[in-house]
Design a protein around this ligand. Structure first.
Ligand SMILES: [Zn+2]
Length: 214
């Protein structure tokens, strides 16, 4: 994808946010502008919030969605989620139908699907939104082989997987965005350092985390 000069933080579609008391049907809207912004903000080598922990994602296809669909899990409101694609764990027709939908949204099957709550994002400050996005990016991992080296498939492409929350990689989000993003003991050391970007509280609003602990 061509690099764009703008780093304006993408805003969710207004019709997913400005409800004016109307009850809107649940919708999912592809957000290629968020994908482009992620590359320009975090992934490219000269990105202002460049994080080498996400280097493998330069070789990954990311699909991003906005949604206005309320999602409660474990009594927490889910604001973001990362999923490995293609979708699994459903009936054959349901899975094929989901695959078709996703491929039509993204002109092919992405490696990871990131979903963000549009109403929540509209109310977040920049640091909180960046922390939420990076938290989800941290879930998007390259698997490791038995020697701890990055794993590749037989065709030479990276073997991707979802990384859990209770590993030191997530220290990166706390180190960059502040102690409030903590919630697990492993993050305390990084949390004691001054945040590089700002404060945010993320793990409790991430559907991937809440699913992993459920
Ligand atoms: Zn999470």
């Amino acid at each position: 994808m061509a690099k764009t000069p703008t780093l304006q933080r993408p805003r969710p579609p207004s019709d997913l946010v400005d409800l004016n008391g109307l009850v809107m049907p649940d919708r999912f809207v592809p957000a290629p502008e968020v994908h482009a912004w992620i590359e320009n903000a975090f992934l490219y080598g000269d990105a202002p919030l460049f994080n080498p922990d996400h280097r493998h994602l330069m070789d990954a296809q990311l699909g991003v969605l906005w949604t206005n669909c309320d999602n409660l899990r474990n009594m927490r409101v889910v604001l973001g989620q990362a999923e490995l694609m293609p979708p699994m764990a459903m009936g054959k027709w349901a899975r094929a139908r989901a695959c078709q939908q996703i491929e039509e949204w993204f002109d092919g099957m992405p490696d990871f699907l990131l979903t963000f709550s549009a109403p929540a994002a509209a109310g977040m400050d920049d640091a909180s939104f960046c922390a939420l996005v990076e938290h989800e990016l941290y879930h998007c991992a390259q698997n490791e082989d038995i020697f701890g080296m990055p794993k590749f498939k037989n065709d030479g492409t990276p073997s991707f997987g979802i990384r859990g929350h209770d590993v030191e990689e997530f220290v990166g989000v706390v180190a960059r965005y502040g102690a409030a993003a903590a919630g697990v003991t492993a993050m305390v050391d990084a949390a004691q350092r001054a945040p590089l970007v700002g404060a945010a509280s993320i793990a409790g609003v991430c559907g991937t985390c809440l699913r992993l602990v459920a």
